[in-house]
Design a binder for this molecule. Structure first.
Ligand code: ADP
Ligand code: MG
Length: 506
C-alpha cells in the first residue's frame, strides 16, 4: 500500500514499465556497421549507408540479434512467435536519418509474446510480474547540443543498434489480477531482475549509466479495492533506479492530489526534472504523435523454428530465479536471503565460491554476507562497481569468508573472535583468517577443566546473585556468562560456558 508522509493511504499504485535493453552484438540490427558507439570512438565512423538512410539501401536482419532476442524471451518465460514482422514507426527527428524507426507493431506478434518474471514483492514473498511482449527495434543516434554555442551536432554511431523493448502486462479484463508492479521498490526490483537475466544470458550489458538500459515509466493510481484502472501518465527515457523511484512517487502523489481535489488526470507524457525530483507535462494526449505504423516492405517476416528455439534453450545458463530455487531447496535459505544473494549474478557467484558446494557452510556464509559484507561494499570486491583493489584496501575474498566460517564451526574461534578477525581484515590486516588468528593469539578456550575452574571462581565471588538465581531469577544467567567470558578474555566457547553454568547453578 502506498504511504504518504509515513501513513498508508487509500490509494494504490499501478505501474507499467517499458524497458529498453540494448542488444549485445558486433554489428547493428539491420546493417553490417559496428554496434560499438563508445564515446571514445569518433562520431559518425560506425555508420553504414543503411544507417544513414540513403535512398535505395536495403536493411538486412542480423540473425545473431534475433537469437539474442529469443534467448531473452526464454529468460522471460515467454512464448516465442514462430512468425513475426517489422513495421515502420514514422517520426521525423534528426537523430534518425531514415525518417522512421524499424520496430515491431504491438498488434501483430512481436518475437517475444506473453511471459513473466519473478521478483520479491513488498511483502517479502516471491511475486510474478507478467510481461505483455518484447519487440526488436532500432536505436536512434545521439544529438549533441552542448558542444557549440549556436550549432547542434548529430552522432549516428548508435543509430541502428539493436534494442529489445520489454513491456509489462496489465490484465485490464481482470483488474484484480495483481501480477504487475505496485510500488517504487517493486519497480526497482523488477528492473534489477531484468538486468540480471540479460547479463546472465549475455544478451545485454543492461547498464543504466551507459544508457544500454532505459525505461519508460507508466503510472496511475486507483482507490484501494477498486475494480478498474484509471488514466496513466508516462515518463520517458529514465536511466537511473533512483530517479525512476522518485518519479513514480512524485507522479503518484500528484495524481492522488488531483483526484482528492475532485479533478481528473489526463493521459500526458511527463518530463522528469532531475534537479527537483519532480515531473511536469511534456506533451498532452491531444498532440501525441501519430506514428503511422505500416509494414516495412524491405523486410521479410522472421520465421523461427522449434529446433532453433530448443537449440538456444539448451545453451542457457542458470538464471537468477533458478539460483534462488537452488538456494532455498539445497541450502535451506529463506526466500528473503535467497533474494538478497541473487540481486546480482556477481553476488551469487561470490556466494557459491565461498560455499563451494559445502552445504553445511551455506547458512553461515549467507548470514555473514548479508549482515557484514553488504555493510562494507568497499572491501567486498564484487560489490565495488569499479572492482579491483583500491590502494591499501584489503579485499575480502570468498575463501577468506569460507575459512572464517569454518573456524567457527570447528570451534577454533568463537563468534566474537571471528568478528574481531573480520574487523581486522576490514582494517587492512593481511593474511588469511587463520594466520590473523595465530598472529594475535586468538584461540577459543576449549579446555573444559580450565573453563570450569573460572566458573567456580565466578560463582563463589557472587553469592547473592547465586541466591537470586536459585530462587527463580533465571535471567541472571547472562550476568554469570558475561563474567566468565570477561575472565577468559572473551576466548571461551559461550555455548560450553552456558551449559556448565546451568548445570552448576541447578
Ligand atoms: P503505449 O504503447 O501507448 O505506451 P501500452 O498499452 O503499450 O501503451 O502500455 C505501455 C505500458 O503502460 C504497459 O506496461 C502497460 O501495462 C502500462 N499501462 C497501461 N495502462 C496503464 C494504467 N492505467 N496504469 C498504469 N500502467 C498502465
Ligand atoms: Mg509507451
Amino acid at each position: 500500500m502506498f504511504t504518504i508522509k509515513g501513513k498508508t493511504c487509500d490509494w494504490e499504485l499501478v505501474i507499467g514499465l517499458e524497458t529498453h535493453i540494448q542488444i549485445l552484438s558486433n554489428s547493428k540490427v539491420f546493417s553490417g556497421a559496428s554496434a560499438d558507439y563508445n564515446p571514445s570512438i569518433s562520431p559518425n565512423t560506425h555508420v553504414s549507408m543503411i544507417d544513414a538512410g540513403m535512398p535505395g539501401m536495403l536493411p538486412v536482419l542480423n540473425k545473431f540479434c534475433v537469437e539474442q532476442v529469443i534467448k531473452m524471451g526464454l529468460g522471460l518465460n515467454a512464448e516465442i512467435s514462430r512468425t513475426s514482422r517489422f513495421a515502420r514507426k514514422q517520426y521525423f527527428y534528426p537523430d534518425l536519418p531514415q525518417g522512421y524507426q524499424i520496430s515491431q507493431p504491438a498488434d501483430e506478434a512481436p518475437i517475444v509474446g506473453h511471459g513473466w518474471i519473478e521478483i520479491m514483492g513488498d511483502d517479502g514473498k516471491p511475486k510474478k510480474i507478467f510481461i505483455e511482449r518484447a519487440h526488436l527495434e532500432q536505436d536512434a543516434g545521439k544529438l549533441k547540443h552542448d558542444v557549440h554555442p549556436t550549432k547542434s551536432f548529430a552522432d549516428y554511431n548508435r543509430t541502428g543498434v539493436g534494442l529489445l523493448e520489454i513491456v509489462t502486462y496489465l490484465d485490464t479484463k481482470n483488474p484484480e489480477n495483481n501480477s504487475y508492479i505496485t510500488s517504487p521498490d517493486e519497480a526497482e526490483r523488477y528492473l534489477r531482475e531484468i538486468r540480471e537475466i540479460a547479463r546472465a544470458l549475455g544478451v545485454s550489458r543492461a547498464n543504466m549509466e551507459e544508457g544500454s538500459m532505459r525505461a519508460d515509466v507508466n503510472v496511475s493510481v486507483r482507490p484501494v479495492g477498486s475494480s478498474e484502472f484509471r488514466t496513466r501518465t508516462e515518463t520517458k527515457n529514465m536511466v537511473s533506479f533512483k530517479f525512476i523511484k522518485t518519479a513514480i512517487e512524485y507522479e503518484a502523489r500528484r495524481q492522488i492530489e488531483i483526484y482528492e481535489n475532485g479533478g481528473t488526470v489526463s493521459q500526458d507524457t511527463m518530463h522528469f526534472n532531475q534537479g527537483e525530483g519532480t515531473t511536469s507535462v511534456a506533451r498532452s494526449k491531444e498532440d501525441a504523435l501519430d506514428y503511422r505504423y505500416f509494414p516495412d516492405p524491405d523486410l521479410l517476416p522472421v520465421i523461427i523454428s522449434d529446433e532453433q528455439i530448443e537449440r538456444i534453450r539448451s545453451t542457457m545458463p542458470e538464471l537468477p530465479s533458478q539460483t534462488r530455487a537452488r538456494y532455498t531447496a539445497e541450502f535451506g535459505l529463506s526466500e528473503y536471503d535467497a533474494a538478497r544473494l541473487t540481486e546480482t549474478t556477481d553476488i551469487s557467484r561470490w556466494f557459491d565460491a565461498a560455499v563451494m558446494g559445502n552445504t553445511k557452510r551455506a547458512k553461515s556464509v549467507a548470514n555473514w554476507m548479508i549482515s557484514e559484507l553488504f555493510a562494507h561494499p568497499e572491501n567486498y570486491d564484487i560489490l565495488n562497481e569499479k572492482s579491483g583493489i583500491v590502494d591499501g584496501m584489503r579485499i575480502i575474498t570468498p575463501s577468506d569468508l569460507a575459512e572464517l566460517v569454518d573456524m567457527i564451526s570447528e570451534n577454533a574461534v568463537n563468534g566474537k573472535q571471528a568478528k574481531e578477525i573480520f574487523i581486522k581484515m576490514l582494517d587492512g590486516e593481511s593474511g588469511t583468517p587463520r594466520e590473523i588468528a595465530d598472529k594475535f593469539g586468538m584461540k577459543q578456550m576449549t579446555d573444559t577443566g580450565a573453563i570450569e575452574k573460572i566458573i567456580d571462581d565466578v560463582i563463589s565471588a557472587n553469592p547473592s546473585q547465586v541466591e537470586q538465581y536459585k530462587s527463580g531469577k533465571l535471567g541472571l544467567l547472562g550476568f554469570f556468562v558475561g563474567n566468565v567470558m570477561k575472565a577468559t578474555g572473551g576466548t571461551a566457547n559461550p555455548a560450553v560456558v552456558n551449559e556448565i553454568l546451568r548445570n552448576k547453578l541447578a
